[in-house]
Design a protein around this ligand. Structure first.
Ligand SMILES: Cc1ncc(COP(=O)(O)O)c(C=O)c1O
Length: 376
C-alpha cells in the first residue's frame, strides 16, 4: 500500500545524518531534535503549541484527559473510523456515542451530530478521514451552540487545508480546541516507527498535556495529576523534521496519483471515485473507491481485493467492521443504533495503493486490473 523504502532512498543522506547526529549527541529522549521538530511543526501547522507523544492513539487519550472529561460523559464520534478514535473514549470510561458519516465525504454528518447531543454530551471528535477535512465550520457552530469541546482526529490528514466560507484557510487539527496526529510510517508524515503529536492554541491545556505525557509531573519527582509516559523519541523527531520539509511535495505526489486514478475510473457505472469537498484540500492518505453493486456488495468488493492480490496488487478495506458493530462496545447502547450509511460504506469501500512513489507504469497496471474486474 505504501513504498517508504523508495521514499527513504531519495532523502537517505539527510536522514542518515540526522540519525547519526542523535546517536552522537546521546540525547535519545527529549533531546534538541524533539524540540526543534515540535517548533517547526507548530510553524507549519499554524498552532501555538505542539505537544509530542508516542503515537496518535495516545494523542487522543491525552487530549481527553486534559479536558477533564469524567466517566459517563458522552463523546460523539463517527462509527466509520479506525478503532483508536473510539477505543480511547471507552478506555477512559467515557461513553462513545456514534454518529453517521456523509456517504460522499466519509466524514461526520453535522445534522446527525446535532441529533445525538444530550445533556451528558461533553465533546465531539470529528475524524478527517482518508486525507480530507470533516465539515469543520458546521461542526464548530454546533459545538459553540451546545458548549462542547472539539478534538480533531487528524491522524490521516496532516497538511490538509480547511477552507472557510470567507475563503480563509487553516490547517486541519488547528480548528477545534485540540487536534491530534499520528506519525505511523504509512501516514503522510510518517516516522520510522511510532510517533504522535497534539496541537492547541490554549496555553493552559498545552501545559496540562505536557504534564500528562510525563507522569503528571510539574517539577522533577512532583506529580500533581495522574498522567502516563508518552513521548516522541529524538531519533524519530530528527527523521520527521527532515520529512516535514517535503510534506507539501508528498501531498502533491499523492494528489497526482489520485488524479490519475480519478481519470481512469470517472463515470464508470460500477465505481464512485472519492468526492472532493469544496471546503477542503485533499492530501490523500488513502484513495478509497466505493463499488456500486447491489447483489451481495461485500462479496463483490472482496472479490476485487482477491483479484488484485492475485496480480500482486495490495488493497485494503478501511474499515470492514465499524465501531457500532465491534464486540468491545457491546455493553454500550450505541451499538443497538442503526447506522445504514456506515454499514453501506463498510460493505463497499476499497482503498488502492496510495503513496508518494507511484509511477505511471504502476498506476496503469493497477487501474487496468481494477477495470478488468469491474468490466467482467
Ligand atoms: C483515524 C485514526 N485515528 C487514530 C489513529 C491512531 O494512530 P497511531 O497508530 O499512531 O496510534 C489512526 C492510525 O491509524 C487513525 O487512522
Amino acid at each position: 500500500m505504501v513504498d517508504t523504502k523508495t521514499q527513504y532512498q531519495k532523502i537517505k543522506p539527510a536522514i542518515d545524518k540526522a540519525v547519526v547526529d542523535v546517536m552522537e549527541s546521546a540525547a535519545f529522549i527529549n533531546g534538541k531534535a524533539v524540540h526543534d521538530f515540535a517548533a517547526n511543526l507548530s510553524a507549519y501547522i499554524g498552532t501555538k503549541h505542539t505537544v509530542h507523544c508516542a503515537n496518535g492513539t495516545d494523542a487522543l487519550q491525552i487530549a481527553m484527559m486534559a479536558l477533564g472529561l469524567q466517566p459517563g460523559d458522552e463523546v460523539i464520534t463517527p462509527s466509520f473510523t479506525y478503532i483508536a478514535t473510539t477505543e480511547v473514549i471507552a478506555l477512559l470510561r467515557l461513553t462513545p456515542v456514534f454518529v453517521e458519516v456523509d456517504a460522499k465525504t466519509f466524514c461526520m454528518d453535522p445534522a446527525m451530530l446535532e441529533e445525538a447531543i444530550t445533556p451528558q454530551t461533553k465533546a465531539i471528535v470529528p475524524v478527517h478521514l482518508y486525507g480530507q477535512s470533516a465539515p469543520m465550520e458546521e461542526i464548530m457552530k454546533i459545538a459553540k451552540k451546545y458548549n462542547l469541546y472539539v478534538i480533531e482526529d487528524n491522524a490521516q490528514t496532516i497538511g490538509c487545508d480547511y477552507i472557510f466560507a470567507d475563503d480563509t484557510r487553516r490547517k486541519t487539527g488547528t480548528i477545534g480546541n485540540i487536534g491530534t496526529v499520528s506519525f505511523y510510517p504509512s501516514k503522510n508524515l510518517g516516522a520510522f516507527g511510532d510517533g504522535g503529536a497534539i496541537f492547541t492554541d490554549d496555553d493552559e491545556l498545552a501545559d496540562k498535556m505536557r504534564m500528562i505525557t510525563n507522569h503528571g509531573q510539574s517539577k522533577q519527582y512532583y506529580h500533581d495529576i495522574v498522567g502516563c509516559n508518552s513521548r516522541l523519541d529524538s531519533m524519530q523527531a530528527a527523521i520527521l523534521d527532515i520529512k516535514l520539509k517535503y510534506l507539501n511535495e508528498y501531498a502533491a505526489a499523492r494528489r497526482n496519483a489520485a488524479n490519475y486514478y480519478d481519470k481512469a475510473f470517472a463515470n464508470h457505472p460500477k465505481i464512485i471515485i472519492p468526492f472532493r469537498a469544496s471546503y477542503s484540500s485533499h492530501v490523500f492518505n488513502q484513495y478509497t473507491l466505493i463499488l456500486k453493486e447491489t447483489n451481495n456488495p461485500s462479496n463483490y468488493r472482496n472479490g476485487l481485493r482477491k483479484f488484485l492480490a492475485d496480480h500482486k496488487i495490495p488493497s485494503m478495506i478501511y474499515y470492514p467492521v465499524p465501531g457500532h458493530r465491534q464486540k468491545m462496545f457491546e455493553h454500550f447502547n450505541a451499538v443497538t443504533q442503526s447506522m445504514p450509511i456506515t454499514d453501506w460504506l463498510s460493505d463497499r469501500v476499497i482503498s488502492l495503493p496510495m503513496h508518494t512513489e507511484l509511477d505511471e507504469e504502476q498506476l496503469l497496471f493497477i487501474t487496468n486490473k481494477v477495470l478488468e474486474y469491474v468490466n467482467k
